[in-house]
Design a binder for this molecule. Structure first.
Ligand code: PEP
Ligand code: MG
Length: 325
């Protein structure tokens, strides 16, 4: 089985009925890049840039950020690198960024909210990302989007960063794809409107689950509610996938859910095009995709989504696992 995984790791993953499903890796620090490539990742589906900021005693300069993004873009040799803009706040802190103490940090000043409130900060990062886009297949992704207004405002900053680079005569990809994380219930519900302004969606299930179930992802007392099999979560994901496809854009999952082989058949049946997983899960996912039949899984997924209890979902997942994996 290990040898089979090694062979599969080098190939693109197709379901038995010929649907291409991409498997990428999530990157925190630069060292993980090699692990993603060795495991057969077809790109970086989520580059959590906050770790670049957390490793510093002050804001990393545009030049420092550019150096990091360019290194990764080059290493990936044309495979995609989805760079998520700074997602700080919530449980992630920066020693040099004074954030007000909040009673509910996960509902507070975090991620894109900080970037839009302090546009200089986001502009610096966007310029570094844009410059790196001259060296590979770089994409921009905004975290924690709630409203279309936020997305439009963030896109205006991308345009502004581009104008600045043009003035400096720096090369960059003028058509750089700009996508968003779908990780708030509001964004999931408004997916149709957001899909008209986004080049891709990536479902951040870690946050989506906590916001849909109103259960803090770090609080052990409420972990019984924090469940990826929650039917409200699953139905929202299906809606997001349908909205993306209606607008002709791809949809991936980049939260922990994407690394769970047990959930894979259901997510493929719901139309997820791409998975961005922890590096060591990549070979297993690719191997599993090769055993699935996407056409058959569509009605099977529909049936599971009609359930009302997690136990029923669990039985459905077990049946799919037994049938395919
Ligand atoms: C998510 O919320 O699912 C996600 C991928 O982002 P993070 O875990 O970094 O919040
Ligand atoms: Mg998140």
């Amino acid at each position: 089985r290990q040898r089979a995984a090694a062979v599969v790791a080098r190939q693109a993953a197709f379901t038995r009925d010929g649907r291409r499903i991409r498997v990428c890796g999530n990157l925190g620090d630069l060292e993980e890049c090699d692990a993603i490539l060795q495991n057969g990742g077809e790109g970086i589906g989520l580059y959590r840039t906050e770790f670049l900021y957390m490793g510093h005693s002050d804001y990393p300069s545009e030049a420092e950020q550019f150096a990091a993004y360019q290194t990764i873009a080059r290493k990936l040799q044309g495979n995609e690198v989805v760079i998520r803009t700074l997602d700080i706040g919530g449980d992630k802190k920066l020693s040099y960024l004074e954030l007000p103490r909040e009673d509910n940090p996960f509902l507070g000043y975090r991620a894109i909210r900080i970037g839009l409130n302090e546009p200089e900060l986001l502009l610096t990062q966007l310029q570094a990302i844009l410059r790196a886009s001259a060296f590979g297949n770089v994409k921009i992704m905004f975290p924690m989007i709630v409203t279309l207004e936020e997305l439009l405002q963030a896109k205006r900053l991308v345009a502004e960063a581009g104008r600045q680079l043009r003035r400096e005569g720096a090369a960059f990809n003028e058509r750089i794809p700009v996508g968003i994380m779908i990780e708030t219930p509001a964004a999931a519900v408004m997916a149709r409107a957001l899909a008209r302004e986004a080049d891709f969606f990536s479902i951040g299930s870690n946050d989506l689950i906590q916001y849909v179930t109103a259960a803090d992802r770090l609080n052990a007392k409420v972990q019984y509610l924090y469940d990826p099999r929650n039917l409200a979560v699953l139905r929202l994901i299906r809606q997001v996938a349908d909205a993306a496809h209606a607008a002709g854009i791809p949809v991936s999952v980049c939260g922990e859910m994407a690394s769970d082989e047990k959930l894979l058949p259901l997510l493929v049946g719901m139309g997820i095009d791409k998975f961005s997983a922890t590096p060591n899960a990549i070979p297993r996912l690719k191997l599993a995709i090769g055993r699935l039949n996407a056409g058959e899984l569509r009605p099977a997924a529909e049936q599971i989504l009609e359930c009302s209890l997690i136990d029923e979902v669990e039985r459905g997942l077990a049946a799919l696992h037994a049938q395919y994996l």
